[in-house]
Ligand binder design. Structure first.
Ligand code: NAD
Length: 499
């Protein structure tokens, strides 16, 4: 059986802890590899390798660092098919979607190629007589990223792309469910000219995460995953003196106004709720039509579309989505569908019984559609993270618009309307971090910044874009005086002011 170890100091190393996890092929249900779970001592080795590489990497001039990123971008593009196949084989998302996962990561690398411009400081000439003030953005040192299973290419690149371009050295702790792509990215980074130790990967579970959070030589930790773990990582990491950004779960709503183009809305909802089997933090699992008439018309359109969703192996170019990542994830979604039924929501399409001929052991789940979901139901309050769309009917715009603002999660939200006033007002008022207007998955591009509000993110600084540069650098401000005719001879006991 294939064994996946770690990537430390520019080398593939075998796991030494004796602990392993199973990596499944979700399409067939078979275990296809064993992934090593790092001990504290193995995490420490990665920290030492990253520490060793830091001084030299930090002193490489920004243009040269950018060139390494540029080479890396080219290599990732060259290996796109290999990476996408590897990704689909462990995650289960369809191949075209895996390419999208890699591509969204490449876009952050493209952004990071602009680091000579992004990392520039500020300068004030003549802040006082003979006085100039300037600031510089310096890297933090060794930083770490703990990443989820659902975007094993994009999310590591969100983090290490910016961190490394800024001059930091990096340790990625990927999801134990699909570790192969992050490992391959580290190899490609080395091939691109990245010095050994600049990008390391340690695989593992809570033991590796705790070792990262408690290591005194790691300066900052970026996390993306579920909210309970995000909150833990934030609390534990900051208690150990680290800068932490921790992105969590989501329950994104789409508000549908009576003037919206219903065909466009139906396409948008089907794609965003069921694409990637609903395993996206920017999926739209809640539709909120305004008014009973609109709700009936929407249900009439949605129902046949959900009934005819094509589910199958990720290599089949005709399927809409592939299997769930693990049997446990599939069962979790089924439990939520059971819960919704018990709570009294109307299950219009039931995907629980779906079986794929020839792939009986695969983790497939049909699409499910609920109507008449109420806001006091637990199945509405929680993130389900599967191919399930819940319709919550609202009587008017105010009632609809209040729902995402009141929900515990605040990652993304969308409004579908032709009314510019309503859309503008909604975007301005809603208590959610990322807003789509006639746009179902408003994931900001790499040169903007990604982050939710409320229980969707812990910490203050978002991922990538200018915020990413802020997260991975610290600012130093220099006040310099070059007095004419020498330094004053008498001391000044007062605080200097500009009065
Ligand atoms: P997860 O929280 O189970 O795992 C995330 C990471 O934490 C993994 O590396 C995992 O190994 C580690 N981990 C798991 N249990 C841990 C524990 N007890 N202690 C310490 N570390 C632990 O998340 P997941 O299932 O991999 O990913 C899906 C979740 O991620 C969903 O909730 C989704 O909404 C969220 N997500 C959020 C964003 C965002 O930007 N807000 C993006 C993608 C995914």
């Amino acid at each position: 059986m294939k064994e996946i170890g770690h990537f430390i100091g520019g080398k593939l190393v075998k796991g030494a802890s004796g602990r392993f996890g199973d990596v499944y092929n979700p399409a067939t249900g078979d275990v296809q590899a064993k992934v090593a779970f790092a001990s504290r001592a193995e995490v420490r080795k990665a920290v030492e390798a990253a520490q060793k590489a830091f001084p030299e990497w930090a002193s490489v001039n920004p243009q040269r660092r950018a060139r390494v990123m540029f080479n890396f971008k080219g290599l990732v593009e060259k290996h796109m098919d290999e990476l996408a196949n590897m990704l689909s084989a462990e995650h289960g998302k369809v191949l075209a979607d895996s390419r999208g996962d890699v591509q969204r990561g490449v876009e952050v690398i493209e952004f990071a190629c602009g680091i000579p411009h992004l990392q520039k400081g500020e300068y004030t000439e003549g802040a006082g007589p003979g006085i100039d003030i300037y600031s510089m953005r310096q890297p933090l040192g060794v930083v770490a990223g703990i990443t989820p299973f659902n975007f094993p290419a994009m999310i590591p690149m969100w983090m290490f792309g910016v961190a490394i371009a800024c001059g930091n050295t990096f340790i990625n702790k990927p999801s134990e469910k699909d570790p192969s792509v992050p490992m391959r990215l580290a190899e490609l980074f080395l091939e691109a000219g990245g010095p050994p130790g600049v990008l390391n990967v340690v695989n593992g579970d809570k033991e590796a995460v705790d070792a990262i959070l408690e290591d005194p030589d790691i300066q900052a930790v970026s996390f993306v995953g579920s909210s309970a773990i995000a909150q833990y990582v934030y609390a534990h990491g900051t208690a150990h003196g680290k800068r932490v950004q921790a992105m969590g779960g989501a329950k994104n709503h789409a508000i549908i106004m009576p003037d919206a183009d219903l065909d466009q809305v139906t396409d948008a909802l089907v794609g965003s709720a069921y694409g990637s089997a609903g395993e996206r933090c920017m999926a739209v699992p809640v539709a909120v039509p305004v008014g009973e008439k609109l709700a009936d018309a929407l249900v009439q359109r949605l129902r046949p579309r959900v009934e005819s969703l094509k589910v199958g192996p990720p290599t089949d170019p005709d399927v809409h989505y592939g299997p769930m990542v693990t049997a446990a994830q599939r069962q979790r979604v089924i439990d939520y569908i059971d819960m919704g039924v018990k709570e009294g929501a109307k299950l219009l399409v039931d995907g629980r019984g779906f079986r794929l001929q020839g792939y009986e052991k695969g983790f497939y789940l049909g699409g499910s559609l609920f109507d008449h979901v109420k806001t006091d139901m637990q199945s509405y309050k929680d993130e389900i993270f599967g191919p399930v769309l819940q319709i919550v009917r609202a009587k008017d715009f105010d009632e609809a618009a209040a729902l995402p603002s009141k929900h515990q999660y605040g990652n993304g939200v969308a409004i579908f309307t032709r009314d510019g006033d309503a859309a503008r007002e909604f975007a301005s008022r809603v208590n959610v971090g990322m807003v789509g207007i006639n746009f179902p998955i408003p994931v900001p591009l790499a040169y903007h910044t990604f982050g939710g509000w409320k229980r969707s993110a812990f910490g203050d600084i978002n991922q990538h874009g200018p915020e990413g540069v802020r997260f991975y650098t610290k600012i130093k401000t220099v006040t310099a005086r070059w007095p004419k005719g020498g330094v004053r001879e008498h001391p000044d006991f007062l605080i200097p002011t500009m009065k």
